[in-house]
Write a protein that binds this ligand. Structure first.
Ligand SMILES: C[S@@+](CC[C@H](N)C(=O)[O-])C[C@H]1O[C@@H](n2cnc3c(N)ncnc32)[C@H](O)[C@@H]1O
Length: 248
């Protein structure tokens, strides 16, 4: 994914940034489970212009990339944020995938994560980065994670990253353009998924390095793993779900 932050391929250090952590975590987790494999099918939600679509296609995966409609993205401000692609070719603008291979392996669907079409089924893996905190409420985000398991084949893997409120397990932002999941919300996700026969991995350790402990505030510094957002300290969190072979 280097061309995303280092267009001249100068070899500069990887920025210590939560966005890159999220993409790298998703790719590394899927890779560790041998899912970035030619012919396997992946479904991405709220993909925006992220490089994972072209990265997975470059490795031979059949990718269904999805995002909300252009009209909804305009209304909710995502087109203005330059994080919404709007057309599939912009998902390969860093040239991670051979264009002919990209055309053959990637298809785009308009999907509202709050209302997933029921023909999206039997994927080997699903993912989203920085998306399910933008659905309006904590409940909508939880609903998405539970419902998206329907898109996986038995034994398939889901990896979804989001905003984690590390400073409070009580007060939080529970509705609006960006919500912040507390430890108790993430544990509720795990409980609901396990009740349906899936396995979930959760790890609430915060890391102890200088970069993990630094809380970034405007004017932003180079270290951007944990930041202050509307009075709360937040960082990135990944939910990893293995669909049970007999899950409901
Ligand atoms: C912060 S951007 C992240 C984009 C990309 N995943 C990335 O990591 O760069 C949030 C994305 O979520 C999408 N999104 C917001 N609400 C959505 C919804 N209800 N259904 C589907 N996608 C949605 C936006 O269109 C946008 O692409």
């Amino acid at each position: 994914m280097r061309p995303v932050w280092d267009v001249t391929l100068s070899g500069m250090d990887i920025p210590v940034h939560r966005k890159i952590w999220e993409w790298a975590f998703i790719a590394a987790t899927l890779e560790r489970h041998h899912l970035i494999t030619p012919g396997l099918r992946g479904l991405g939600f709220g993909v925006g212009k992220e490089p994972l679509v072209s990265l997975f296609a470059s490795q031979g995966c059949l990718v269904t990339a999805s995002d909300q409609s252009v009209e909804e993205a305009v209304t909710s401000g995502w087109t203005a944020s330059n994080q919404f692609a709007g057309n599939v070719n912009r998902m390969n603008e860093h040239g991670l995938c051979d264009p002919e291979l990209f055309d053959r392996l990637v298809n785009f669907r308009t999907v509202d994560m709050r209302n997933i079409p029921d023909d999206l089924r039997d994927f080997d893996f699903t993912w989203s980065s920085c998306a399910f905190e933008h659905l309006g409420t904590i409940e909508d985000g939880i609903g998405f994670i539970v419902n998206q398991t329907e898109c996986l084949r038995p034994g398939g893997l889901a990896v979804h990253t989001t905003e984690f409120n590390v400073s409070s397990n009580a007060g939080t932002i529970s509705s609006g353009p960006t919500v912040l999941f507390r430890e108790k919300d993430l544990k509720l996700i795990a409980k609901k998924l396990k009740r349906r026969g899936n396995s979930v991995t959760m790890d609430f350790r915060l890391g102890t390095s200088e970069f993990d402990r630094h809380v970034d505030r405007p004017p932003w510094s180079g270290a951007h793993l944990r930041l202050e957002h509307e009075g709360y300290e937040v960082t990135s969190y990944a939910v990893v779900v293995r669909k049970g072979t007999r899950s409901k």
